[in-house]
Design a protein around this ligand. Structure first.
Ligand SMILES: Nc1ncnc2c1ncn2[C@@H]1O[C@H](COP(=O)(O)OP(=O)(O)OP(=O)(O)O)[C@@H](O)[C@H]1O
Ligand SMILES: [Mg+2]
Length: 367
């Protein structure tokens, strides 16, 4: 196995920090719909974790069970080694930031932030000081007297954040908190969120369907598919060593060439594919005869004098480079080219370093 693949292998037990929250065999059904089908994960204290997956895979359901807004169908939620699935939402040291901010329109920014504290026996003199401190944390103290409608989307999101951290929860849940913002604002807020989590030393669990956002923020990513966890790990590990073709495609859009394992050689496998037989590092559980996917990232492929013969299908200029789609044996591969892109229809040779590629598990249906 290459140094890259080696250095990115982590076990759950290697993670820093003890677990703040553990989900054990968590299920959620709504009548006949099974939204969450038995998930296990833990959130390390003082970490930024994202729950990543496409629409409908059960992300919000998991968040709502942790927040206490939805009953657990079966399984357990454990906070600091104590079962918490029967503790009412208001008694959990957990707050949620919603996608639509959910601010009170008739209250000022400061009143919005102070609102929750007035129900928690906090002395009146303390309330406004703590609300102001929370607003300073998100750089919104200067606008404390405005109403929500007098703020931009990004500013409203900061107020919602201040409101969620004002009573110092142990865990902050964020459900697609940046999806209403434009691209530029989203990037800025990603940096701010990460910085805020570090500074406060809280644990953040952030739901998103955007893999770039997950990479930008996370210490740990949980990739979901159809109510189940497909893979979890550090971002670099998930990118370099996806366990399945689904993860390889969903994270960073790898080209997956499907085939079959013909032999195992230590950490590597020999895979037979329509673009040839290759000896490549791969998932350790793959055995001879298993369906598998050769995962090739655009940046791992180059055009060379020799290699896999392919025809150029398209060539898209991206500013700093071109992305070329090449077809060989009915497989379409994307190659990044810095200068002199080939013409459409040209015959090229696609080269890759087998040690930098990866073989992930596939199912028979993929072949
Ligand atoms: N209250 C409900 N009643 C019935 N079905 C529900 C309910 N809430 C969610 N579902 C279903 O459960 C599944 C998971 O929904 P969930 O909202 O958890 O997905 P999600 O990953 O958050 O999706 P999105 O990215 O679109 O927000 C979906 O099939 C959804 O239709
Ligand atoms: Mg959702």
């Amino acid at each position: 196995m290459t140094a890259l693949h080696n250095s990115t292998q982590t076990k759950e037990s290697d993670r820093q920090g003890r677990p703040l929250l553990e989900a054990k065999g968590l299920f959620k059904s709504y009548g006949k719909v099974e939204a969450v089908s038995g998930v296990d994960f833990s959130l390390a204290e003082n970490s930024y974790v994202t729950l990543l997956g496409p629409s409908g895979c059960g992300k919000t359901s998991i968040l709502r069970m942790i927040g206490g807004f939805e009953d657990v169908t079966s399984g357990a939620l454990v906070l600091d080694n104590v079962r918490m699935d029967h503790i009412p939402a208001a008694k959990r040291p957990i707050n949620t930031v919603f996608q639509n901010y959910a601010l009170f329109p008739h209250l000022s920014v400061a009143e919005n932030v102070a609102f929750g504290l007035s129900y928690q026996n906090v002395p009146k003199s303390e309330i406004s000081k703590r609300a102001l401190d929370a607003l300073k944390t998100v750089r919104m103290d200067a606008l404390a007297d405005r109403r929500p409608r007098q703020l931009s989307g990004g500013q409203q999101q900061r107020v919602a954040l201040a409101r969620a951290i004002v009573n110092a929860p142990r865990l902050l849940l964020l459900d697609e908190p940046l999806s209403a913002l434009d691209r530029r604002m989203r990037k800025d807020m990603q940096i701010e969120l990460k910085e805020l989590q570090r500074r406060l030393g809280m644990t953040f669990l952030h739901v998103t369907h955007d893999q770039e956002e997950a990479f930008a923020l996370s210490d740990w990513i949980i990739v979901m598919h159809d109510g189940r966890i497909e893979q979890q790990g550090r971002p670099e590990e998930i990118y370099a060593c996806p366990s399945t073709a689904y993860v390889a495609d969903f994270i960073g859009g790898a080209t997956c060439v499907f085939g079959e394992v013909v032999e195992r050689e230590g950490d590597k496998v020999v895979i037979d594919t329509p673009i040839g037989r290759h000896l490549v590092p791969g998932v350790s559980t793959l055995s001879t005869g298993a369906p598998a996917a050769l995962c090739l990232r655009p940046e791992q492929l180059t055009l060379a004098k020799a290699g896999i013969a392919a025809h150029v299908k398209s060539c898209v200029f991206r500013g700093s480079d071109w992305i070329i789609e090449c077809e060989a044996a009915d497989q379409v591969m994307q190659v990044v080219v810095g200068v002199n892109p080939p013409a459409q229809g040209a015959l090229v040779h696609v080269h890759f370093d087998p040690d930098r590629a990866w073989v992930a598990a596939a199912s028979r249906g993929d072949l």
